[in-house]
Design a binder for this molecule. Structure first.
Ligand SMILES: Cc1ncc(COP(=O)(O)O)c(C=O)c1O
Length: 400
């Protein structure tokens, strides 16, 4: 009998973390690797948020809190949902967890039975399919193509729904493509969902505030109020407020689901860090003034990376609406050989050769369910991005 669980054999470790580790190894050997693989802003957490955390420690907010969040943070989430999306929730409809990842995982753990299907548009955030598998469900991956700018069409969604579908996971702006759905594009999907009342919607709005060129963010429960009773609107402070290490995420939805998520959390991790919760109150309720300047910086970096990558023959890089990722296709490079003799037969070979031969770390597309592509995270300085893109250009030009 195996010591490790059968469930474990269904999942794989996060490939993004594996690439970051490999880049770290090369750096430790003294190699000058530029890392464009990590999914976190390179900004520091704003001062007002740090001060709120220090004040919380001084005030003694260092004990256990209610399992799924302090009342003040739940009130802040309720206010944020109203302010930003016009959505009405009560504090009993809010769950706070240790990062967006935990709230999504709790929701899947609380609802999936063997055989339940979860529709996941690809390219997807690496954790969705594996979280579904850990929770005992079946991921149903539907590929959104480059031709449709990595967005799922209503026809594709309609065709993927079966009587066993429990959830549709929606992520806009997206990790890994940066694609953001306009109101009309999202409405086309919510119209489909209105015809299938057994399907619930898990909207992952983590990159809400990272949107450019006047893109207007919208979330399913806002676009189609008819879905309110079966939508879990998920978000967090990690990306917008540069708080990845603080581990606070939250979700709002029907009370019965929030209660089920609380039960899972109560028997696994209990409350998220008390100090981080107070910091998150300040993030949501304090000044939002730095969001727009940060978005302008990211937009400039996006434009730099897109234009440099599109100068390469064989690479096609659409300009995404948001997040801090681009997802170029390398269809035109497959079959070529690097100057060191490596045949590029997949995006994984491409990313490995790029790291070893050109010292740039990116994540290969297969990790996100759509190939042949790679993901660039442009949460890095302009100089690092310029140098990395120059190295990618030189590497690709040398391919025979
Ligand atoms: C789409 C998406 N959702 C959720 C998360 C999880 O964020 P957190 O760090 O708050 O757990 C991430 C982090 O990379 C993400 O990219």
């Amino acid at each position: 009998m195996s010591f490790l669980s059968a469930t474990l054999s269904r999942v794989k470790p996060s490939p993004t973390m594996a690439i970051t580790a490999k880049a770290g190894e090369l750096r430790a050997q003294g190699r000058d690797v530029i890392g464009l693989s990590a999914g976190e802003p390179d900004f520091d957490t704003p001062q007002n948020i740090k001060h709120a955390a220090i004040a919380a420690i001084t005030a003694g907010h260092t004990r256990y809190t209610p399992v799924d969040g302090i009342p003040k943070l739940k009130e802040a989430v309720v206010a944020k949902m109203k302010r930003d999306h016009g959505l009405d929730y009560t504090t009993a409809q809010v769950s706070v967890g240790s990062g967006g990842k935990q709230t999504l995982y709790n929701a899947l753990m609380a609802t999936l039975n063997p055989g339940d299907e979860v529709i996941i548009p690809a390219p997807y955030w690496v954790s969705y399919p594996d979280m579904v598998l850990l929770a005992g469900g079946e991921p149903v991956v539907v590929e959104a193509t480059l031709e449709n700018r990595y967005k799922l069409t209503a026809e594709q969604l309609e065709a993927a729904i079966t009587p066993k579908t429990k959830w549709f996971i929606f992520n806009s702006p997206s990790n890994p493509t940066g694609a953001g759905y306009s109101h009309d594009e999202l409405k086309a999907l919510t119209d489909v969902l209105m015809r299938h009342p057994h399907v619930w919607v898990m909207s992952d709005d983590m990159y809400e505030h990272l949107a450019y060129d006047g893109f207007e963010f919208c979330t399913p429960a806002q676009v189609e109020p008819g879905l309110y009773d079966r939508t879990l609107t998920c978000n967090g402070v990690s990306k917008a407020y540069a708080m990845t290490g603080w581990r606070i995420g939250y979700a709002a939805g029907p009370e019965v689901l929030i209660g089920a998520m609380r039960k899972i959390q109560s028997q696994s991790t209990s409350n998220p860090c008390s100090v981080s919760q107070w910091a998150a109150v300040e993030a949501l309720m304090g000044t939002q003034d730095y969001l727009a300047p940060n978005a302008r910086i990211f937009r400039r970096r996006r434009d730099l990376v897109v234009s440099m990558l599109n100068q390469i023959d064989g690479v096609e890089c659409p300009t995404p609406e948001g997040a801090f990722y681009v997802y170029p296709s390398i269809a035109g490079l497959i079959g070529k050989t690097t100057s060191k003799g490596t045949v590029i037969d997949s995006d994984e070979t491409f990313a490995t050769a790029l790291l070893e031969e050109a010292e740039v770390a990116v994540v290969f597309g297969a990790a996100f369910g759509l190939s042949p592509n790679f993901r660039v995270s442009y949460a890095a300085s302009d100089e690092a991005l310029r140098e990395a893109c120059t190295r990618i250009q030189v590497f690709c030009k040398a391919l025979k």
